[in-house]
Design a protein around this ligand. Sequence first.
Ligand SMILES: NC(=O)c1ccc[n+]([C@@H]2O[C@H](COP(=O)([O-])OP(=O)(O)OC[C@H]3O[C@@H](n4cnc5c(N)ncnc54)[C@H](O)[C@@H]3O)[C@@H](O)[C@H]2O)c1
Length: 270
Amino acid sequence: MKRFEGQVAIVTGGASGIGAATCRRLIAEGASVIIADRNMALATSVAAELGEQAHAVEFDAGDVGSIRSLVHGTIERHGRLDVLHNNAAIGSPEVHARDTNAIDIDFDTWDLVMAVNLRAYLAACKYALPHMIERGQGAIVNSASAGGFSGDISRIAYNVSKTAIIGLTRQIAAQHGLQGIRCNAIAPGLVLTPAARAVAADVIEVMGRYILTQQFGEPDDIANLVCFLASNEARYINGQTYVIDGGMLSHIPANPDLADYAKTHGKGAH
Ligand SMILES: NC(=O)c1ccc[n+]([C@@H]2O[C@H](COP(=O)([O-])OP(=O)(O)OC[C@H]3O[C@@H](n4cnc5c(N)ncnc54)[C@H](O)[C@@H]3O)[C@@H](O)[C@H]2O)c1
Protein backbone atom coordinates (compact mmCIF):
# COMPACT_ATOMS: atom_id res chain seq x y z
CA MET A 1 0.00 0.00 0.00
CA LYS A 2 1.43 3.38 -1.00
CA ARG A 3 1.58 5.86 1.90
CA PHE A 4 -0.34 8.66 0.15
CA GLU A 5 -2.77 6.67 -2.00
CA GLY A 6 -5.84 8.80 -2.77
CA GLN A 7 -4.49 11.80 -0.83
CA VAL A 8 -4.13 15.38 -2.03
CA ALA A 9 -1.11 17.54 -1.22
CA ILE A 10 -0.10 21.13 -1.82
CA VAL A 11 3.64 21.81 -2.06
CA THR A 12 4.53 25.49 -2.16
CA GLY A 13 7.77 26.26 -3.97
CA GLY A 14 7.20 22.91 -5.65
CA ALA A 15 8.88 23.87 -8.92
CA SER A 16 12.46 23.58 -7.69
CA GLY A 17 14.87 22.00 -5.23
CA ILE A 18 13.40 20.46 -2.07
CA GLY A 19 9.81 21.20 -3.15
CA ALA A 20 10.21 19.48 -6.54
CA ALA A 21 11.84 16.44 -4.92
CA THR A 22 8.96 16.26 -2.44
CA CYS A 23 6.36 16.47 -5.26
CA ARG A 24 8.14 13.63 -7.05
CA ARG A 25 8.12 11.38 -3.95
CA LEU A 26 4.51 12.19 -2.97
CA ILE A 27 3.36 11.27 -6.46
CA ALA A 28 5.43 8.07 -6.48
CA GLU A 29 3.61 7.18 -3.26
CA GLY A 30 0.14 7.74 -4.66
CA ALA A 31 -0.76 11.39 -3.96
CA SER A 32 -2.23 13.99 -6.29
CA VAL A 33 -0.01 17.02 -5.92
CA ILE A 34 -0.51 20.73 -6.48
CA ILE A 35 2.84 22.18 -7.50
CA ALA A 36 2.34 25.74 -6.29
CA ASP A 37 4.92 28.26 -7.39
CA ARG A 38 5.50 31.75 -8.70
CA ASN A 39 7.67 30.34 -11.48
CA MET A 40 4.98 28.85 -13.74
CA ALA A 41 7.38 27.86 -16.52
CA LEU A 42 9.29 25.63 -14.11
CA ALA A 43 6.18 24.41 -12.27
CA THR A 44 4.56 23.41 -15.57
CA SER A 45 7.62 21.52 -16.72
CA VAL A 46 7.87 19.62 -13.38
CA ALA A 47 4.13 18.83 -13.63
CA ALA A 48 4.59 17.56 -17.21
CA GLU A 49 7.42 15.30 -16.06
CA LEU A 50 5.37 13.91 -13.16
CA GLY A 51 2.22 13.10 -15.14
CA GLU A 52 -1.48 13.43 -14.54
CA GLN A 53 -1.31 13.31 -10.72
CA ALA A 54 0.60 16.61 -10.83
CA HIS A 55 -1.02 19.97 -11.38
CA ALA A 56 0.88 23.28 -11.55
CA VAL A 57 -0.79 26.31 -9.95
CA GLU A 58 0.57 29.83 -9.98
CA PHE A 59 0.64 31.70 -6.69
CA ASP A 60 2.65 34.40 -5.00
CA ALA A 61 3.60 33.70 -1.40
CA GLY A 62 3.76 37.45 -0.79
CA ASP A 63 0.07 37.84 -1.64
CA VAL A 64 -2.42 36.49 0.91
CA GLY A 65 -5.26 36.53 -1.66
CA SER A 66 -3.37 34.21 -3.97
CA ILE A 67 -2.69 31.80 -1.07
CA ARG A 68 -6.43 31.73 -0.28
CA SER A 69 -7.20 30.98 -3.94
CA LEU A 70 -4.53 28.25 -3.98
CA VAL A 71 -6.03 26.43 -0.98
CA HIS A 72 -9.69 26.96 -1.89
CA GLY A 73 -9.02 26.09 -5.56
CA THR A 74 -7.36 22.83 -4.50
CA ILE A 75 -10.32 21.84 -2.34
CA GLU A 76 -12.80 22.76 -5.09
CA ARG A 77 -10.84 20.76 -7.66
CA HIS A 78 -10.03 17.67 -5.56
CA GLY A 79 -12.62 17.78 -2.77
CA ARG A 80 -9.98 17.28 -0.08
CA LEU A 81 -6.61 18.40 1.22
CA ASP A 82 -4.53 15.95 3.25
CA VAL A 83 -1.02 17.38 3.19
CA LEU A 84 0.25 20.95 3.15
CA HIS A 85 3.98 21.42 2.67
CA ASN A 86 4.79 25.09 3.28
CA ASN A 87 8.15 25.33 1.58
CA ALA A 88 8.51 28.41 -0.66
CA ALA A 89 11.01 31.01 0.52
CA ILE A 90 12.71 34.02 -0.95
CA GLY A 91 15.65 32.89 -3.04
CA SER A 92 16.43 36.11 -4.87
CA PRO A 93 20.15 37.03 -4.61
CA GLU A 94 19.16 40.75 -4.73
CA VAL A 95 16.94 40.36 -1.65
CA HIS A 96 19.58 38.28 0.14
CA ALA A 97 22.12 41.04 -0.58
CA ARG A 98 19.87 43.58 1.16
CA ASP A 99 19.05 41.17 4.03
CA THR A 100 22.07 42.03 6.13
CA ASN A 101 22.09 43.01 9.82
CA ALA A 102 20.05 45.09 12.26
CA ILE A 103 21.88 48.31 11.38
CA ASP A 104 21.85 48.10 7.60
CA ILE A 105 18.65 46.26 6.64
CA ASP A 106 15.83 48.44 5.27
CA PHE A 107 12.31 47.82 6.54
CA ASP A 108 10.94 47.02 3.07
CA THR A 109 13.37 44.11 2.81
CA TRP A 110 12.46 42.92 6.31
CA ASP A 111 8.73 43.10 5.50
CA LEU A 112 9.14 41.32 2.17
CA VAL A 113 11.10 38.42 3.67
CA MET A 114 8.64 38.09 6.55
CA ALA A 115 5.66 38.17 4.17
CA VAL A 116 7.00 35.47 1.82
CA ASN A 117 8.80 33.25 4.32
CA LEU A 118 6.53 33.50 7.34
CA ARG A 119 3.14 35.17 6.80
CA ALA A 120 2.56 32.92 3.78
CA TYR A 121 2.93 29.83 5.98
CA LEU A 122 0.43 31.23 8.48
CA ALA A 123 -1.95 32.16 5.64
CA ALA A 124 -1.83 28.69 4.05
CA CYS A 125 -2.55 27.18 7.50
CA LYS A 126 -5.34 29.69 8.08
CA TYR A 127 -7.14 28.64 4.90
CA ALA A 128 -6.30 24.90 5.02
CA LEU A 129 -7.05 24.25 8.70
CA PRO A 130 -10.87 24.67 8.68
CA HIS A 131 -11.12 22.10 5.90
CA MET A 132 -8.67 19.68 7.55
CA ILE A 133 -10.42 20.05 10.92
CA GLU A 134 -13.79 19.37 9.32
CA ARG A 135 -12.40 16.06 8.04
CA GLY A 136 -10.67 15.40 11.39
CA GLN A 137 -7.21 15.01 9.88
CA GLY A 138 -4.41 16.85 8.15
CA ALA A 139 -0.62 16.94 8.08
CA ILE A 140 1.34 20.15 7.71
CA VAL A 141 5.10 20.19 7.21
CA ASN A 142 6.85 23.57 7.28
CA SER A 143 10.30 24.26 5.85
CA ALA A 144 12.35 26.04 8.50
CA SER A 145 16.16 25.94 8.40
CA ALA A 146 19.17 25.08 10.53
CA GLY A 147 19.55 28.88 10.42
CA GLY A 148 16.43 29.05 12.59
CA PHE A 149 18.51 27.59 15.43
CA SER A 150 21.73 29.55 15.01
CA GLY A 151 22.89 33.06 14.24
CA ASP A 152 24.46 33.87 10.88
CA ILE A 153 26.89 36.55 9.74
CA SER A 154 24.19 37.91 7.40
CA ARG A 155 20.50 37.39 6.44
CA ILE A 156 18.93 38.58 9.70
CA ALA A 157 15.39 38.56 8.27
CA TYR A 158 15.71 35.12 6.68
CA ASN A 159 17.03 33.55 9.88
CA VAL A 160 14.47 35.24 12.12
CA SER A 161 11.70 34.11 9.75
CA LYS A 162 12.97 30.53 10.05
CA THR A 163 13.11 30.73 13.86
CA ALA A 164 9.53 32.01 13.82
CA ILE A 165 8.44 29.06 11.65
CA ILE A 166 9.61 26.74 14.44
CA GLY A 167 7.32 28.66 16.82
CA LEU A 168 4.45 28.72 14.33
CA THR A 169 4.77 24.94 13.98
CA ARG A 170 4.43 24.44 17.74
CA GLN A 171 1.49 26.86 17.94
CA ILE A 172 -0.48 25.09 15.20
CA ALA A 173 0.14 21.71 16.87
CA ALA A 174 -0.77 23.06 20.32
CA GLN A 175 -3.97 24.72 19.13
CA HIS A 176 -5.21 22.11 16.63
CA GLY A 177 -3.57 18.78 17.56
CA LEU A 178 -6.67 17.58 19.35
CA GLN A 179 -8.68 18.34 16.21
CA GLY A 180 -6.61 15.83 14.20
CA ILE A 181 -3.94 18.16 12.87
CA ARG A 182 -0.26 17.31 12.96
CA CYS A 183 2.11 20.17 12.24
CA ASN A 184 5.87 19.56 12.13
CA ALA A 185 8.84 21.30 10.56
CA ILE A 186 12.12 20.42 8.95
CA ALA A 187 15.29 22.42 9.48
CA PRO A 188 17.74 21.60 6.68
CA GLY A 189 21.38 22.58 6.69
CA LEU A 190 23.16 22.93 3.38
CA VAL A 191 21.26 21.05 0.67
CA LEU A 192 22.56 20.99 -2.87
CA THR A 193 19.54 22.51 -4.60
CA PRO A 194 20.06 24.60 -7.77
CA ALA A 195 20.14 27.76 -5.60
CA ALA A 196 22.70 26.31 -3.21
CA ARG A 197 24.85 25.01 -6.08
CA ALA A 198 25.00 28.57 -7.40
CA VAL A 199 26.82 29.60 -4.19
CA ALA A 200 30.59 29.81 -4.67
CA ALA A 201 32.30 26.39 -4.45
CA ASP A 202 34.75 27.63 -1.82
CA VAL A 203 31.83 28.68 0.46
CA ILE A 204 30.37 25.19 0.12
CA GLU A 205 33.82 23.78 0.93
CA VAL A 206 34.03 25.88 4.12
CA MET A 207 30.62 24.60 5.23
CA GLY A 208 31.74 21.05 4.46
CA ARG A 209 34.26 21.25 7.33
CA TYR A 210 31.32 21.29 9.76
CA ILE A 211 29.26 18.50 8.22
CA LEU A 212 29.65 15.04 9.76
CA THR A 213 28.59 12.94 6.80
CA GLN A 214 30.62 11.93 3.76
CA GLN A 215 28.19 13.57 1.32
CA PHE A 216 26.33 16.87 1.25
CA GLY A 217 22.55 16.72 1.53
CA GLU A 218 20.52 16.37 -1.67
CA PRO A 219 16.87 17.43 -2.18
CA ASP A 220 15.80 13.75 -2.03
CA ASP A 221 17.22 13.45 1.50
CA ILE A 222 14.91 16.25 2.62
CA ALA A 223 11.92 14.96 0.62
CA ASN A 224 12.26 11.62 2.46
CA LEU A 225 11.88 13.40 5.82
CA VAL A 226 9.01 15.60 4.64
CA CYS A 227 7.11 12.55 3.39
CA PHE A 228 7.76 10.60 6.58
CA LEU A 229 6.42 13.49 8.69
CA ALA A 230 3.41 13.90 6.39
CA SER A 231 2.61 10.18 6.48
CA ASN A 232 0.71 8.12 9.00
CA GLU A 233 4.02 6.56 10.08
CA ALA A 234 4.57 9.81 11.99
CA ARG A 235 1.11 9.81 13.58
CA TYR A 236 2.57 10.24 17.11
CA ILE A 237 4.82 13.18 16.14
CA ASN A 238 3.43 16.68 16.54
CA GLY A 239 4.80 20.19 17.00
CA GLN A 240 8.40 19.12 16.35
CA THR A 241 11.16 20.53 14.19
CA TYR A 242 13.67 18.04 12.78
CA VAL A 243 17.17 19.23 12.01
CA ILE A 244 18.51 17.52 8.88
CA ASP A 245 21.98 18.92 8.36
CA GLY A 246 24.54 16.11 8.30
CA GLY A 247 25.21 16.75 11.98
CA MET A 248 26.29 20.38 11.48
CA LEU A 249 24.45 21.66 14.57
CA SER A 250 25.27 18.62 16.69
CA HIS A 251 28.73 19.71 17.75
CA ILE A 252 30.30 22.76 19.37
CA PRO A 253 31.28 25.37 16.77
CA ALA A 254 35.00 25.07 17.54
CA ASN A 255 35.15 21.30 16.76
CA PRO A 256 36.92 21.48 13.37
CA ASP A 257 39.50 23.91 14.77
CA LEU A 258 40.01 21.68 17.82
CA ALA A 259 40.49 18.68 15.52
CA ASP A 260 43.20 20.62 13.63
CA TYR A 261 44.76 21.62 16.96
CA ALA A 262 44.78 18.01 18.15
CA LYS A 263 46.47 16.92 14.89
CA THR A 264 49.24 19.47 15.43
CA HIS A 265 49.68 19.00 19.18
CA GLY A 266 48.91 15.32 19.58
CA LYS A 267 45.63 13.54 20.22
CA GLY A 268 43.45 14.96 22.99
CA ALA A 269 45.76 18.00 23.35
CA HIS A 270 42.96 20.23 24.54
N1 LIG B 1 18.74 24.51 -0.02
C1 LIG B 1 19.17 24.67 1.21
O1 LIG B 1 20.37 24.54 1.49
C2 LIG B 1 18.19 25.02 2.32
C3 LIG B 1 18.68 25.06 3.62
C4 LIG B 1 17.81 25.39 4.66
C5 LIG B 1 16.48 25.65 4.40
N2 LIG B 1 16.03 25.61 3.11
C6 LIG B 1 14.62 25.93 2.92
O2 LIG B 1 14.00 24.92 2.13
C7 LIG B 1 12.99 25.50 1.31
C8 LIG B 1 13.23 25.15 -0.15
O3 LIG B 1 14.53 25.59 -0.50
P1 LIG B 1 15.19 25.23 -1.91
O4 LIG B 1 16.66 25.33 -1.71
O5 LIG B 1 14.60 24.00 -2.45
O6 LIG B 1 14.74 26.51 -2.75
P2 LIG B 1 14.62 26.76 -4.34
O7 LIG B 1 15.07 28.16 -4.54
O8 LIG B 1 15.27 25.66 -5.12
O9 LIG B 1 13.04 26.65 -4.54
C9 LIG B 1 12.19 27.59 -3.97
C10 LIG B 1 10.94 27.71 -4.83
O10 LIG B 1 10.10 28.69 -4.21
C11 LIG B 1 9.56 29.51 -5.24
N3 LIG B 1 9.24 30.83 -4.71
C12 LIG B 1 10.09 31.77 -4.25
N4 LIG B 1 9.41 32.87 -3.91
C13 LIG B 1 8.10 32.63 -4.14
C14 LIG B 1 6.91 33.38 -4.00
N5 LIG B 1 6.94 34.64 -3.55
N6 LIG B 1 5.75 32.81 -4.34
C15 LIG B 1 5.68 31.54 -4.80
N7 LIG B 1 6.78 30.78 -4.99
C16 LIG B 1 7.98 31.32 -4.66
C17 LIG B 1 10.66 29.59 -6.29
O11 LIG B 1 10.15 29.96 -7.57
C18 LIG B 1 11.25 28.18 -6.25
O12 LIG B 1 10.63 27.33 -7.19
C19 LIG B 1 13.02 27.00 1.59
O13 LIG B 1 12.05 27.30 2.57
C20 LIG B 1 14.41 27.22 2.14
O14 LIG B 1 14.48 28.35 2.98
C21 LIG B 1 16.85 25.31 2.06
